[in-house]
Structure formats: C-alpha cells, structure tokens
Design a protein. Structure first.
Length: 192
C-alpha cells in the first residue's frame, strides 16, 4: 500500500514537469511579443488616433494569447500572476480601442499605470519561478524592473514625454517581455 502524502520534492518535481511540458506555449507567446514589438518599431510615427488603435490591438492580442497560455499551463507556478498580467493587457487594450479619441496625456497616464502594475506582476512572477527555473527567472525579473523603470521615466518627464513615450516605450517593453518569455521557455525545455 502506498503512502498518499505528497512530499515537497514531489510537488517541486510536478511543477518542473508542468513547466517543461508547456515550454512551447511560453516560447510562442514570447516570440509573438517580440515580433509585435519589432513590427511596432517599424511603424512610422502617425497621428495619436492611429497610435491609440495600434496600442489597443497590441495589448489586446498579447493579453488574449497570454490568457490562453495561462490556462493551458495553469499548473505552472505563477499562474495567478500570469493570469492577472493577461487580463490587465486585455482591459487596457479594450479601453484603448473603445475610446480612441482620448487625449495623449490621458493615454500616457494609462500607460504609466500599466507599466507600474505590469512591472510588479512580472517581478512577482519571476520570484515565484526562481525555485523551478534556475536560469530563466532572472530574465523575467529584469523585464519587470525595466517595465517599472519605464513607468517612472515617463511620469518624471511629463509633460514632454507624452509626445514620444507612447510608441517607443511600449515597443521596448514588448520586446523585453517577449524575450524574457523566450528565455523561460528555453530554460524549461532544457530541464529534465
């Protein structure tokens, strides 16, 4: 007769297996974010209405894929932080798409709030992953710190940052966020 108690090492092994089994989802989401971020860099600066719509779609798409990835890998550590991040992206994207005529300053304040929350969520997600992914969690932590720094930089430079912050900083955040997910996925894939 076997003992039904689960030890801490059994739980850690199950978590590592779950992350390893779903590394492809993390990789897909990371590549998608990097590609969308790089595409956004190539788009020339246009009227604030077009920027608002572009950002709305970028946040909404990344949030939808993040939501799908979160539910597919719901046994992975950091599920609730990942879910919160995805929902936040969808809400911000929906707000931008629903009110595209919002002034540049209002959108800038919304972006600052997003960067603060997203930075904290990414840092918490990284801290929760550090026990399972010995190498990949650092990239997620760096991504969260950079996201927080971007929010502080925009807020400190207002009102002049409102003219350039929306496009440039979102692009940088997407590339770093996607890169960190790719690093987590590759670290999870290589674990046995």
């Amino acid at each position: 007769m076997s003992d039904p108690t689960i030890t801490a090492s059994d739980a850690v092994a199950a978590i590592r297996k779950s992350i390893h089994d779903h590394w492809g989802l993390f990789l897909f989401e990371g590549i998608l974010l990097v590609v969308l971020g790089l595409l956004a860099i190539l788009v020339p600066q246009v009227a604030s209405l077009a920027v608002t719509l572009l950002l709305g779609w970028l946040f909404a798409i990344s949030g939808i894929f993040g939501l799908i990835a979160s539910f597919w890998a719901r046994q992975a550590p950091g599920f609730w932080w990942s879910l919160l991040s995805a929902v936040l992206s969808i809400v911000v994207g929906g707000l931008l798409l629903a009110r595209p005529v919002v002034g540049v300053f209002s959108l800038t304040y919304l972006l600052i709030a997003f960067f603060f929350v997203e930075g904290v969520v990414s840092i918490m997600y990284a801290i929760e992953h550090r026990r399972e992914l010995t190498g990949g969690w650092v990239w997620m932590l760096v991504s969260g710190i950079i996201t927080l720094a971007l929010g502080v930089m925009i807020l400190a430079g207002l009102p002049s940052t409102a003219a350039w912050a929306l496009g440039l900083l979102v692009r940088i955040d997407m590339v770093f966020g996607g890169s960190s997910l790719i690093a987590v996925a590759l670290a999870a894939r290589s674990q046995t």
